[in-house]
Design a binder for this molecule. Structure first.
Ligand code: HAM
Length: 397
């Protein structure tokens, strides 16, 4: 994110329930079925704070927009490029890749200058390059456009006309969605609904010229960035706030929960939540799903930086000295650790090997007397005796 010059934003774990209903839409599946509301506390418990009307956040876009408005970020900069990473909560039936508490890494670009097709392309390329940087390469990018708010309204009218004659053949859930949230019918997982949906002939006729142009330019910008994608007119996304470009990254190896992440443009949300008239676009990736895909795909999962020095001491006095040296090394930026439980040299060396530290530092009675330490290079197998000052200097240089 630093490479793309995005700055971090952290918002609270819970917000007013109304914020989520107003942004994602009252009829979205998340608001209808998956919100985790904080119950009002019993007033009899003394002066307990009443927490009614608040919910654990099911996603972060609404919170970021709330914070953008409240902190008047539009007065600070023309274009706010923000990223986040944090826990989200949805009341789901837990299964592989679908959790009640999960984590998202995402970005939101908000500002007057954001309604440019190149910004959609930047956001999409950031999500793609992020996944690639982790070593994933089998995922697919699908994109689509919903057009402006007016285009969306005319699309939902057309869809209703197309679906109505066969509505009774759709599942009960889809029949409920017909009035409530017609777009959701397009990504129903029910096999017979899928077949019916596949027969619908969708076009982009409902789009205004401007919307068509925006979408064409997004595709050109993606081509220029050499990002592979598939245009999927059936991709609609389940949240109300989207307009124009929407996209999804999916990995077939994950089975039924195959979306690694998704996002899109939401040009009306900031105004709708009481903020200035600015446009926005963003995405969120599911961390646990990325981890599942990495398990399938990548042998060499990135871990924290390897340890440089592991300290082994042979008695109580040398342990105290070792503990002091550990602190000095750490203050000098050398990643280091000590074995806190003194045992035989052999078993401690086994531990040192297990940490895969580059160096093992050993202190025993003799070293303590001489005021030196033994530093063993675990790769080269060589060792030397050094004073603590020389040791620190060696790592500094
Ligand atoms: P979303 O599609 O609801 O979009 O979620 C994004 C990603 O979060 C999903 O693709 C999935 O990887 C992960 N995810 C969602 N629910 C779960 C769950 N129950 N368990 C595990 N992972 C899950 C959003 O949240 C939008 N806020 C994205 C966005 C940002 N649009 C614009 N800006």
């Amino acid at each position: 994110f630093a490479t793309y010059y995005y700055k971090e934003i952290r918002t609270p774990i819970f917000e007013e329930t109304a914020l989520f209903a107003r942004s994602m839409g009252k009829s979205s599946d998340v608001v209808q079925k998956q919100m985790l509301n904080l119950a009002a506390q019993n007033k009899d418990d003394g002066d307990a704070i009443v927490l009614s009307g608040l919910s654990l956040r099911p996603e972060n876009t609404a919170s970021v927009v709330r914070s953008y408005i409240e902190n008047r970020l539009d007065k600070v900069e023309n274009l706010s490029k923000l990223f986040y990473c944090g826990a989200q909560f949805r009341g789901e039936r837990p299964q592989k890749g679908r959790l009640r508490q999960f984590h998202q890494i995402g970005v939101e670009v908000i500002g007057v200058d954001s309604n440019l097709p190149f910004i959609d392309a930047e956001v999409i390329s950031l999500s793609v390059n992020y996944l690639k940087s982790l070593g994933l390469n089998k995922f697919k990018l699908k994109i689509n456009t919903l057009g402006s708010q007016e285009d969306k309204a005319s699309f939902s009218k057309t869809l209703r006309e197309k679906i109505k004659p066969q509505l009774s053949d759709y599942c009960q859930e889809c029949q409920n969605r017909f009035d409530r949230n017609i777009f959701r019918i397009l990504d129903c997982k029910n096999e017979s609904c899928k077949k019916l949906v596949a027969q619908l002939e969708l076009s982009y006729d409902h789009l205004s010229e401007n919307s068509q142009l925006h979408f064409a330019q997004v595709q050109k910008a993606l081509d220029a960035l050499d990002i592979a994608y598939e245009v999927d007119p059936f991709l609609v996304r389940g949240l109300d706030y989207y307009t124009h470009t929407v996209f999804e990254l999916s990995d077939a190896s994950l089975g039924s929960q195959d979306a690694l992440g998704a996002g899109g443009r939401y040009n009306n949300l900031v105004k709708q939540l009481g903020g200035p008239e600015v446009d926005a676009v963003g995405f969120a990736l599911g961390v646990e799903r990325i981890l599942l895909a990495l398990d399938e795909d990548v042998k060499d999962v990135p871990t924290i930086a390897p340890l440089e020095v592991f300290i082994v001491t042979l008695d109580d006095e040398s342990y105290k000295k070792g503990f002091e040296i550990l602190n000095t090394l750490r203050q000098n930026g050398v990643s280091s650790d000590i074995n806190h439980k003194i045992s035989s040299m052999k078993s401690q060396m086994r531990l040192a090997n297990k940490t895969a530290a580059r160096f093992c530092m050993i202190i025993g009675e003799a070293e303590l007397k001489e005021g030196v330490v033994v530093l063993k290079d675990m790769q080269a197998g060589e060792q030397e005796r050094l004073s603590v000052v020389d040791l620190v200097n060696k790592f500094k240089s």
